[in-house]
Each structure stands twice: as structure tokens, then as C-alpha cells.
Design a protein around this ligand. Structure first.
Ligand code: G16
Length: 550
């Protein structure tokens, strides 16, 4: 139970004194860790409201800044089924975070209790975890202060990957129901994942090692744990070589490694020393993104990003559904964002003959769109994604009586995939096992996977501007509606390039604008990205000048 006094007293220890405006962005609050104390305290308060509003269901809180540099941190809430916080509550999070004083915070809280009709006598519950950042323990102290101020019963899961925390949240809330998702512990996660992996492999062999770059983040120790539950290749499992698993020197997190480094720089991290044609992949700092790559026989770097994982999964699951006799009963669809390579979208629609949808950046948007399909495959090009099976799809898969041994075998694999794939959010560890299963079933090396279609040359750049918030995107972030005139300048540049496509949008996790460009050749894609980036800088500074002269 909360009181105005307990909220203001706790808040006085974590006051909002930075003079900043906080915003619940693409994946929660994210910024320099030393600015986050008051925000984390207030997120604890929001968790109590959310839990009470949802009749005491358990809310997840994750303290992480994922792909961001080591000095950043962040915090986000996870809804009871392990999904991202419902969109309308992001506004409440932002309002609480920006209350200018301790007293104002208590007032905002009381108003939310009234407006949302929250019964404060309901027992509130939360689970939380953090990544390996040095600032984590300090922020946990702020979180606990908040929980205590508003009377939340909590379980501290210490260090977890973000998807593990999503998993635990769902497990806690489904325990003992017909939707039981598993044992709500880290070990429960490993056991469920390892068992499903073995079942999905169904005796197929995985050839050659997989080198995994763990971004010097929490994925390193957690993958090391997971491996203990999975046999080596010789015993019917997989040989994993881990690189970049230093979580002691926290300044090494995401530095010259990790999924974002590989995707943005289009090269392997220096520590990855795999042989040509050997499979390699990179996680990000909290292990919710996964990017594959390899060096071909001519020593060229070949990237197999989120689009490739999505197309591989959609191809495989579509085939399995047909082979199981469920082709007509499972509508598979693929959800992407504007960052998806145009060639991947054409491959899905023209070759796989599957529907696609395009949403704003942020897995919360993709996840939502994916639930519209029986089997929704969603991945951002940056490697963040998963596959969600609707309740109806699960029912059909679990009830179907196979009519031949071939159907039975496909059905068994499909069933195993529903357990292997994390249904709550993108999960690099479960995604990498999924990829390995598919490649083993198809007897594919990364070369065959790479040959499924040819990416249009592309370039992603990060542009720093004085105020990224002036960039407002529309049409699934493919066009800028402000600043005025910016889009027509981008259109004019794009028009000069064969197969040109480009867009700019403000990042929701970093203080920057992202520019993506595609064109017929690599050189042209680089050039187009650079020119659009230059335009972004120019319009941003013109905007500042014109605002200053008013
Ligand atoms: C988060 C989100 C992703 C998003 C990424 C980048 O990932 O969960 O959905 O693609 O941020 O977002 P933005 O371009 O707005 O900065 P992560 O891995 O950092 O948690």
C-alpha cells in the first residue's frame, strides 16, 4: 500500500534534479546511467500501478541499455505475458518520470490512481533483473526504494538476459494455468530451451563449430550456462566457441563487438577468428539481438542479418506446416520494418508467397503485428525478433493427427519449435539454436543460406544532431513529415540513384538520427547514405538557427 508520505520520502533520496526531459522510447528509458536514478525509482512506482491495475499480476522490470555504450543504462517494463509494456502506459511512465519534484510525483501518482481506477489494496508484484553494466547495482537500489515506497512484493533475478526476464515474467503469470509457460527460473529457461532444441533437431547433425561473439555482455555467462544443458556435436548437439565474454572489464561491453557493431560496420568483430565458411554470430549487450555472418572462400565478409533469419524461419516453418498437413490451416506471415532490405521483402512475397507487413521500429510494434497471423515471423534487420504462434495455431498443431510418418515427423519438429522459440520477445540464444536447427535440417552451410536471395547493397549510418526530436517520421517511418522540406530533399537525392531508397528517423534509444540507404551498388548505397546524412545535419542546424532567430 502506498502513501503520499512514503512516495515523497523515497523520492527525496532519488530526486529529479537533472533538468532533463525523460521519454519512454523504443525500449523504455535509456540514457547516460548517472541521469537515471529518479527515473528508475519512478518506474518502480509505475510497476505497482500496472500490477494493481492488472489484479496483482506480476510485472517485469529490466535494467539494461542493450546495444548502447557502457556508460549508458536504461529501464523498461514487461507486461504479464512477457510482452513489452502496453503502449498507452508509456505515456504514464513519461508523466511520472518528468514530475518536477517529490511532491509533484506524489500528486501524479494519486492522479493516476484516480484516472486509471487502480485499487490500491491489491497486492502488487514484480520480478526484475539487470545486465552486466557497472551502474546496474546502483540503479537496483533506486528500484528497491521505489518498490518499498509503494509496497511491491518482488523477486530479484540478479543478472539475466533481457529475454530471460521476459520468459520468467510470463512463467510466473501463467503458472498452474492451461497456458503454463514453464518454470519461472533461469534454470527452467535452460532446461526448456535445451530439451526443445534436442527435439527440434530430431537426430540431425550440426556440422562444424559456431563462433558466438557475446558483445562482452550478459549473454556470455548465460550462453556458457545454456551450453551445459546441451550436448556437444559428437553427442548429437552443437559445438559453440564463445568470444567476447569479458564481463569483468565493463568498458568492453559492445566495444568493437556485438550485433550492432557487425550490422553497422558490415564486418566481423576483430576477436572473431573463424575459418572461411564457418558460421559466426553476434549477440548484443543484453542478448536480444542476433546477427549471423561468415567469410566466403574469396575472403569476403557475408552478413546474414535479421532479414535473413526471418526469411529462413518463414521458409522452414512454411515447409513444415505443409509437410505436416497443416499448410491450409496455418497462415504464416512476416513482419518487418523500413530497415528490411528490399530484396528480402521481394523474396518473402514473390518466392515464399507469404504476406508481409511493415511497422515502426521497435519490437513492441512488430510483435503486435505478428500476432495477427497464425504464425507471425518478425525480425528487425538489426537481428531483433522471434516467431509467435497464435493460440489457435498452437491448438491446431497440438491436436492434429498426422496421416503418415512424414507428417508425424514434420509435426514433431513444429511442436518442438513452439517451445524452442521464445514467444515473449526476440531472444538471441533461442534464435541461434533455431537457426542451427534449420540449417541442420536443410543440410545447409551459411553459403546456401546466403544464396537464397541477393541483398540490395545498403548502408546504415548514425548522425548526431543538436535535437533529434525535430525529426518526425510517418508511414512506418519511411518518410519525414518534419522538419518541413527535409523529405523533398531526401526524395531528390534518392531519385538520382538506380534502385535508390533511403529514409531518416530519430532513434528512440540513442541521441542520434539513423539514416538507411539502398542502391544498385555498394558505392552508391554508401554515397546516398552519406548525402542523406549531410542533409539531416543541414536541416537540423537550419532548424536550430530559425528557432534561435524567432
Ligand atoms: C531496441 C529495440 C529494438 C530497436 C532498437 C533500435 O533494441 O528493442 O526494437 O530496433 O532498440 O531502436 P532505435 O533505432 O529507435 O534506436 P535494443 O537491442 O537496443 O534493446
Amino acid at each position: 500500500m502506498a502513501s503520499t508520505q512514503s512516495i515523497t520520502e523515497g523520492s527525496a533520496k532519488y530526486p529529479n534534479s537533472t533538468g532533463r526531459t525523460f521519454q519512454y522510447g523504443t525500449a523504455g528509458f535509456r540514457m547516460k546511467a548517472n541521469l537515471l536514478d529518479s527515473v528508475v525509482y519512478r518506474v518502480a512506482i509505475l510497476a505497482s500501478l500496472r500490477s494493481r491495475k492488472l489484479h496483482g499480476q506480476t510485472i517485469g522490470v529490466m535494467i539494461t541499455a542493450s546495444h548502447n555504450p557502457p556508460e549508458d543504462n536504461g529501464v523498461k517494463l514487461v507486461d504479464p505475458m512477457g510482452e513489452m509494456l502496453e503502449g498507452s502506459w508509456e505515456t504514464h511512465a513519461t508523466t511520472l518520470a518528468n514530475a518536477p519534484s517529490d511532491k509533484a510525483l506524489a500528486e501524479v501518482y494519486n492522479k493516476l490512481v484516480q484516472d486509471l481506477n487502480v485499487d490500491q489494496s491489491i497486492h502488487a508484484r514484480a520480478v526484475f533483473a539487470r545486465d552486466t553494466r557497472a551502474s546496474g547495482p546502483h540503479l537496483v537500489a533506486a528500484l528497491l526504494e521505489g518498490f518499498n515506497a509503494v509496497g511491491v512484493e518482488y523477486v530479484d533475478h540478479k543478472l539475466l538476459t533481457t529475454p530471460q526476464l521476459h520468459y520468467v515474467t510470463r512463467c510466473v503469470n501463467t503458472r498452474g494455468t492451461s497456458f503454463d509457460y514453464g518454470d519461472p527460473t533461469e534454470q527452467g529457461y535452460y532446461k526448456k530451451t535445451a530439451k526443445a532444441f534436442k527435439a527440434a533437431l530430431g537426430g540431425r547433425k550440426i556440422h562444424g563449430p559456431l563462433t558466438v561473439d557475446c558483445a562482452n555482455g550478459v549473454g556470455g555467462p548465460k550462453l556458457t550456462e545454456l551450453i551445459k544443458y546441451i550436448p556437444k556435436a559428437a553427442q548429437g548437439g552443437i559445438d559453440i566457441k564463445i568470444v567476447n565474454d569479458d564481463v569483468v572489464n565493463s568498458e568492453r561491453l559492445n566495444h568493437q563487438c556485438g550485433a550492432d557493431f557487425v550490422k553497422t560496420n558490415q564486418r566481423a568483430p576483430p576477436a572473431s577468428q573463424a575459418n572461411p565458411l564457418e558460421r559466426c554470430c553476434s549477440l548484443d549487450g543484453d542478448a536480444d539481438r542476433l546477427i549471423y555472418y561468415f567469410i566466403d572462400k574469396d575472403s569476403n565478409f557475408r552478413l546474414l542479418d535479421g532479414d535473413r533469419i526471418a526469411t529462413l524461419a518463414a521458409l522452414f516453418i512454411g515447409d513444415l506446416a505443409r509437410n505436416a498437413g497443416l499448410g491450409e490451416k496455418l497462415r504464416v506471415g512476416v513482419v518487418q520494418t523500413a530497415y528490411a532490405n528490399g530484396a528480402s521483402t521481394s523474396y518473402v512475397t514473390q518466392d515464399l508467397k507469404l504476406p508481409t507487413s511493415c511497422t515502426n521500429t521497435g519490437v513492441k510494434h512488430l510483435h503486435h503485428a505478428a500476432t495477427k497471423y497464425d504464425v507471425g515471423v518478425y525480425f528487425e534487420a538489426n537481428g531483433h525478433g522471434t516467431v509467435v504462434f497464435s493460440e489457435l495455431a498452437l491448438k491446431r498443431i497440438n491436436k492434429y493427427e498426422p496421416r503418415s510418418p512424414a507428417q508425424a515427423s514434420a509435426l514433431d519438429t513444429l511442436k518442438a519449435l513452439t517451445d524452442l522459440i521464445n514467444q515473449t520477445t526476440g531472444d538471441a540464444l533461442s534464435d541461434l539454436l533455431l537457426v542451427e536447427v534449420i540449417l541442420a535440417h536443410k543440410s545447409w552451410s551459411p553459403k546456401e543460406w546466403d544464396l537464397t536471395y541477393t541483398d540490395l547493397p545498403n548502408r546504415l549510418v548514425r548522425i548526431e544532431v543538436p535535437d533529434r526530436n525535430i525529426f518526425k517520421a510517418v508511414d512506418a517511418e519511411r518518410r519525414l513529415e518534419s522538419p518541413p522540406g527535409a523529405q523533398s530533399r531526401i526524395d531528390a537525392l534518392v531519385g538520382k540513384y538506380k534502385n535508390g531508397r533511403s529514409f531518416a528517423r530519430a532513434s528512440g534509444t540513442e541521441d542520434a538520427v539513423r539514416v538507411y540507404a539502398e542502391a544498385a551498388t555498394k558505392g552508391e548505397a554508401d554515397e546516398l547514405a552519406q548525402l542523406v546524412g549531410k542533409t539531416v545535419v543541414e536541416v537540423a542546424s537550419q532548424f536550430v538557427q530559425s528557432a534561435g532567430s524567432k
